[in-house]
Ligand binder design. Structure first.
Ligand code: 5RP
Length: 262
């Protein structure tokens, strides 16, 4: 399989492969959403099936729950698990403080609830997600469908007084109809270009009636594992300030996932 992996898929795969080293027998693990997180779920499935790893997963979306079931990772609800040892998830952007923009896959609400209910959050990414300042990726904001245009107008009005460059806000579509999240809400994408004060923006957004949650993850992520197309990974731990480099042997995993689609 390694021969068929594009450099970007290899980068995502090796990040996932390194991140699952954090998972130990008996852990309750939050399972993120997206193409990078899907590699992590497949890696965990392989560990459950082949190595007898015993874990309980909590999925951050219906998509991830389906994949977990397919690869053999047992799933419970967050209410059943109550508190998690670890969450591993992808991201759309991360900065030097490991603050994030998430929600490109419309799962930000469940992702934030699950990550916040975890002792540790590990983000898996490739270098294209690294930014000096958050905001080039449009900030997803989950809103209640009722009165969404009023909520959108309020958000745009509020942005005038905040440290951002852009104010254009668009309703995320799925073809001809609005994109609906797993919780039955809409997503507004805020094209801010540069977010000067992510902490303030996050707090202010969540004060607006109709806003359920925003995609800024502030002080939630502990570790980022950055994968590269050559199979190398960098592991940055924000709490102890360490940076480690490793090479992942992709050949060992040949044909692991050939029968498993996302
Ligand atoms: O936040 C997310 C989903 O809501 C994803 O983690 C984020 O969009 C990254 O996805 P990918 O790994 O496919 O680039």
């Amino acid at each position: 399989m390694s021969g068929t992996l594009s450099p970007i898929d290899k980068a995502k795969f090796v990040a996932a492969k390194r991140a699952v080293d954090y998972v130990e027998d008996g852990m309750k693990v939050g399972l993120g959403t997206g193409s990078t997180a899907a590699w992590m779920v497949k890696c965990l499935g392989e560990m459950v099936r082949n190595d007898g790893l015993k874990i309980t997963g909590v999925a951050t979306s219906s998509r991830t729950a389906e994949l977990a079931q397919k690869v053999g990772v047992p799933i419970v609800t967050l209410d059943e698990a109550k508190w998690l040892d670890l969450t591993i998830d992808g991201t759309d952007e991360y900065d030097h403080n490991l603050n994030l923009i998430k929600g490109g896959g419309a799962a930000l609400l469940m992702e934030k609830i699950v990550a916040t209910a975890s002792d540790q959050m590990i983000v898996i990414a490739d270098l294209s997600k690294q930014v000096e300042t958050l905001g080039a990726f449009p900030l997803p904001v989950e809103v209640i469908p009722f009165g969404w245009q009023t909520t959108k107008a309020l958000i745009e009005e509020t942005l005038v007084n905040l440290d951002v460059l852009g104010r254009n806000t668009t309703l995320r579509m799925n073809g001809a109809t609005p994109c609906i999240t797993d919780e039955g809400n809409y997503i507004l994408d805020l094209h801010l270009r540069r977010i000067g004060n992510p902490r303030q923006l996050s707090l202010v957004m969540n004060q607006i009636p109709g806003v359920v949650e925003n995609g800024l993850f502030i002080d939630i992520c502990d570790v980022v594992v950055i994968g590269n197309g050559d199979g190398s990974v960098e592991v940055r731990d924000i709490n102890n300030g360490t940076v480690e480099h490793e090479q992942i042997d992709v050949q060992e995993t040949d044909n692991l996932f050939v029968d498993i689609a996302d």
